[in-house]
Design a protein around this ligand. Structure first.
Ligand code: NCD
Length: 320
């Protein structure tokens, strides 16, 4: 088998063959989901705990549906109502949960690196559902599957990731994944919203939307992540929409068959015009949500297959 990981913490440590293995399996799950076929024996008898320390609609729902479709016992912890903070208390939480013997732990946390830390303390497979501005691997994988299905391939495509890249874990994971699969990635946005040292990522950078979108195959829009901003990064939302919001005119600079993506939640009239988001000939935003369930099914299936080996290795003190 070409999927060796025992956790899914980020795209950074995945090999391109592991990405392809996961996407191929997710593709099969996507087809079965459309036919209404469940695979309840795959995670039968396993316990999945979802711990979301940050707001989520689609990611949490998607992980829950994916687990249930594969037959896992799924439990959602209401983390936001608790007074848990990072550091020792996070580790204490991890140890408490670990004592309950879960098999799969799905974690979203506002601090970059928190999920990796937690993974070191537990004896089960950990899936990162987004940590701070660091990584959001299942989002990048579902984006990749959506692109592959729409374009028929996942290499040598020109992809523009636009908007608030600086605060976006979605952008980071996507830049790594699309780079590993040998695509050309462009980052487009105001200089204040592009991370420092961005050139090191092997991407092209544009501050003008029309130039940045010229002849691209895929336009990926990002939400302005105000909850991660500690000052004024843009003059006003109106001005931002005027310069960087995706509308029909700006999109006309991309290839005529370019697809439009957005991880959600969307701010219509800020980073994207509502009519573009709803245009079924261009927008694949709903397909992204659909592929999210399939990708999470595939990820949990593959990690569950590796569980026995990684638990044995941990007992023996071997690093996996
Ligand atoms: C993204 C996230 O949480 O990072 N949303 C998601 O998972 N669908 C992007 C965002 O919040 O803007």
């Amino acid at each position: 088998m070409t999927f060796r990981a025992s956790h899914l913490l980020g795209i950074e440590h995945l090999h391109s063959t592991e990405i392809t293995t996961l996407l191929d399996l997710a593709d099969q799950y996507a087809e079965d989901n459309r036919k209404g076929r469940a695979h309840r024996d795959v995670l039968e008898g396993l316990t999945q705990i979802n711990m979301f320390f940050e707001n989520s609609t689609r990611t949490q729902a998607s992980f829950e549906i994916a687990g249930k479709r594969l037959g896992a016992d799924v439990m959602n912890m209401a983390m936001q109502a608790s007074s848990i903070k990072k550091g020792e208390t996070l580790i204490d939480t991890a140890l408490t949960l670990n004592a309950m013997r879960p098999d799969l732990l799905v974690v979203r946390h506002p601090h970059s690196g928190a999920v990796d830390l937690l993974a070191q303390k537990v004896n089960c497979a950990v899936l990162n559902a987004g940590d701070g501005r660091h990584e959001h691997p299942t989002q990048a994988l579902l984006d990749a599957l959506t692109i592959r299905r729409a374009k028929g391939r996942l290499h040598r495509l020109s992809i523009a990731i636009c908007g608030d890249v600086a605060h976006s874990r979605v952008a980071r994971s996507n830049i790594m994944l699309l780079g590993k699969m040998e695509n050309r990635v462009r980052l487009v946005g105001p200089p204040t919203l592009l991370p420092a040292g961005v050139e090191e990522f092997g991407v092209e950078v544009f501050s003008d939307m029309r130039e940045g979108l010229k002849d691209v195959d895929v336009v990926m829009m990002l939400r302005l992540q105000k909850e991660r901003m500690d000052g004024g990064f843009i003059p006003s939302e109106r001005e931002y929409f005027h310069r960087y919001g995706l509308d029909a005119e700006k999109l006309s600079h991309a290839k005529p068959d370019a697809i439009v993506m957005h991880p959600g939640p969307m701010n219509r009239g800020v980073e994207i015009d509502g009519s573009i988001a709803d245009d079924i000939n261009r927008s694949v935003i709903q397909e992204q949500v659909e592929m999210g369930v399939a990708v999470r099914m595939a990820a949990m299936d593959l990690l569950a297959r590796n569980l026995g080996a990684s638990r044995r290795a941990k007992t023996l003190g071997v690093m996996v």
